[in-house]
Design a protein around this ligand. Structure first.
Ligand SMILES: N[C@@H](CCC(=O)N[C@@H](CS)C(=O)NCC(=O)O)C(=O)O
Length: 208
């Protein structure tokens, strides 16, 4: 019980950034408490004190307060993954994971994630421009995944958890995954990881 109280994740249920962290804590069997952190709460000075950019997710783990989903994934892997498989230590293994963490914070965020937030919540972002960013990203991923079961290794890593939410939920931003069969097969493989929990779906807008 003490363990559960000391680990807290600030997020919301539709945040793909939050989902990747919550997912990893569940897969590692780490007890935690979720603090639902909607937009109005993110505007308070109390929240700015733990997340200067006012973004979720934020993890509190004992004395540590850490913002940024990918930083949190790295921290959790280094601290709690005794198997060492979620973040390989070899130079090439670590670099392969980093490559896809960068993609998750770059093209995935500016492509499918931006299209989804613009179309679902009318938040800033141009869905047409975001869809144009998503196309070469999905083409690259589809080609890569036609020869690889997982993104960065022969087994799941935090790279898969980081990229999964906004790629799997791309249709919620009117970006179809139909032309990308290897991406769809990877999504099914990720969802088959024992203990994996899907993010709640949102309505799919009319595809252009
Ligand atoms: N680089 C950050 C980005 C996180 C992010 O964009 N979070 C969104 C929600 S999914 C957010 O909090 N945006 C600010 C807001 O909506 O007020 C991370 O990986 O954690």
């Amino acid at each position: 019980m003490a363990d559960q109280v000391s680990r807290v994740l600030y997020t919301t249920k539709f945040s793909g950034h939050g989902h990747r962290v919550e997912q990893f804590m569940n897969l590692l069997g780490l007890a935690h408490r979720i603090v639902d952190t909607p937009a109005e709460m993110r505007r308070t000075p109390e929240f700015a004190a733990i997340s200067p950019l006012r973004q979720i997710p934020v993890l509190k783990d004992g004395d540590l307060t850490l913002a940024d989903s990918n930083a949190i994934l790295v921290y959790l892997a280094k601290k709690y993954d005794l198997s060492g498989t979620w973040l390989p230590e070899t130079p090439v293994g670590a670099a392969q994971v980093q490559r896809f963490l960068s993609l998750a914070a770059g093209e995935v965020a500016y492509g499918p994630a931006t299209a989804r937030r613009a179309l679902q919540w009318n938040l800033p972002g141009d869905p047409v421009q975001a869809a144009a960013i998503a196309q070469p990203l999905l083409q690259f991923l589809d080609r890569h995944l036609s020869a690889n079961d997982f993104l960065a290794a022969a087994h799941p890593t935090i790279a898969d958890l980081a990229c999964y939410p906004y790629v799997a939920h791309a249709p919620e931003g009117a970006i179809s995954l139909q032309p990308f069969p290897s991406v769809r097969a990877w999504i099914a493989r990720v969802e088959s990881i024992p203990g994996f929990c899907c993010m709640e779906p949102l309505p799919v807008p009319e595809l252009a």
